[in-house]
Design a binder for this molecule. Structure first.
Ligand SMILES: O=C(O)CCC(=O)C(=O)O
Ligand SMILES: [Fe+2]
Length: 446
């Protein structure tokens, strides 16, 4: 079976064409399972073909587990301590249901237990009503903890980035942002040498174009057309990052990624990984400082909040190797994460979490068929696929206006077939100041 999807190319053109359904399928469902019992529970996934039960892990007393699953898949639950291990619950994943509550046993019917279980059932109703009202599943439930009451949604002001104003009929439209941060066109040997710096910096403010690729989820392609009062040069097309800036980010990442390969300890050491990553700090290079300030201009937030101690993680740089090289390795979870559909928001529902992803493409595809594009299988107007090319970026929201996380922000990277793929990712998020009322939190950027 084949489906239509929209592709956005490096020049910002969109094309619709057919692709085999299995390029995107099966689309996962983000599932949250809540244990109503005040005792530990083991849970198993039932292999749909062999019906064999595959152990998944345990769930804390009154705990929550979040997992990615597929429609029709079955999970089975047993008490952890009992020698009989008799299943007390079995759930089948439905397309329009994300929250599953495990029932109490006959023996845990103390008033405390009943009260807690009742609150879970209320939550289930809340989630169902929200779904009826908005058509969207609740992805982001802040469970709170034992001492704090449960908060179910977190409202965020949407003023910062640009984009609350775009709605369905804006797809294809553009929005212009001026950044006062200049391009680096070369890297001076001595970054403190004012003359050398001046020679390496373009002196024109950047006019950046945001093109609306989708409004559900909200996805934007960012590139830059220098706004020159000119006759011929107006067709001259530059990027969010200059060639030199994109190359510099790669060169800052390379030695660290290599080091982590050769090292004897640390989380990155593994020849089973087909992608490798590292983080680069804003303070690591003057050009990084420019990059963060330019990102702040694009997002329309103060540059002063884009620090790891405040509202953004360090820039995460990832290299992905071609598919044929991958096959020589065993794929493990950490490498699959890049290729499999996923959300960038955290499933724990903490409102202080990733709100936006700013995805910089640091090199070009080796050829038009080299793969490595980013795809959004749940985009409302049909699956969306983008590789905007070296120096350009894609920006998308992981959160909805009301603070629920956006299920339709699900995305994946297609396998790289040729050459290497380098990307840099920035995840601005809300950090503090969430004032919470009964079901709702009001959060501020800082
Ligand atoms: O490689 C891509 O295009 C997307 C990467 C991504 O989504 C991630 O690392 O979170
Ligand atoms: Fe992602």
């Amino acid at each position: 079976e084949s489906i239509n999807f929209v592709e956005v190319t490096a020049t910002g053109e969109t094309q619709t064409y057919e692709e085999q359904q299995d390029a995107f399928a099966p689309v996962p469902v983000a599932v949250v399972i809540k244990n109503g019992r005040s005792s530990w529970v083991d849970y198993y996934w039932e292999n749909p073909e062999t019906k064999e039960l595959v152990y998944q892990g345990k769930i804390d007393p009154r705990g929550t587990t979040a997992t990615s699953s597929y429609v029709g898949h079955v999970f089975v639950f047993t008490p952890m301590k009992k020698s009989t291990k008799k299943a007390f619950a079995r759930i089948e994943i439905k397309a329009d249901k994300n929250l599953y509550i495990l029932p109490l046993g006959k023996k845990n019917r103390k008033e405390k237990d009943l009260k807690y279980y009742q609150s879970l059932l209320e939550e289930e109703i809340f989630v169902e009503e929200y779904k009826k009202k908005t058509g969207k599943p609740i992805q982001c439930i802040w469970g709170g903890n034992k001492s704090k009451p449960k908060k179910w949604l977190a409202h965020y002001p949407r003023s910062p980035p640009i984009l609350h104003m775009w709605s369905a009929n804006h797809v294809g439209q553009t929005h212009h942002v001026t950044s006062n941060e200049y391009y680096w066109t070369c890297i001076p040997d001595d970054i403190t040498d004012a003359n050398a710096v001046q020679q390496c910096r373009d002196n024109k403010p950047l006019s950046i174009t945001l093109q609306v690729l989708s409004t559900d989820p909200k996805v934007f392609q960012i590139d830059n057309v220098t706004s020159l009062l000119c006759v011929l040069e107006c067709v001259y097309h530059t990027k969010v990052l200059s060639e030199v800036e994109a190359d510099l980010v790669i060169s800052l990442a390379k030695p660290k990624i290599k080091r982590s390969l050769a090292g004897t300890h640390g989380g990155l050491v593994s020849n089973t990984r087909t992608s490798k990553n590292t983080w680069i700090d804003r303070n690591e290079h003057a050009v990084m400082e420019t990059l963060y300030r330019r990102a702040a201009d694009i997002l329309n937030v103060s540059e002063s909040i884009l620090y790891p101690t405040k509202n953004v993680e360090q820039l995460q740089v990832v290299i992905v190797f071609p598919f044929h090289q991958q096959k020589q390795h065993k794929l493990n979870m950490s490498s699959r994460v890049l290729f499999a559909s996923h959300h960038d928001f955290g499933a724990d529902g903490n409102p202080q979490q990733r709100m936006i992803t700013l995805l910089f493409y640091l090199n070009n595809q080796a050829s038009p068929n080299a793969g490595g594009e980013t795809i959004f299988p749940k985009a409302k107007d049909g699956p969306l696929k983008a590789h905007p090319g070296k120096g350009n970026a894609v920006l998308f929201y992981s959160m909805l206006e009301d603070g629920n996380a956006d299920d339709s922000s699900l995305h994946a990277a297609l396998p790289v077939k040729e050459g290497e793929k380098w990307i840099g990712m920035s995840f601005p998020y809300f950090r503090k100041s969430c004032k919470c009322f009964h079901f709702v939190c009001l959060c501020e950027w800082q």
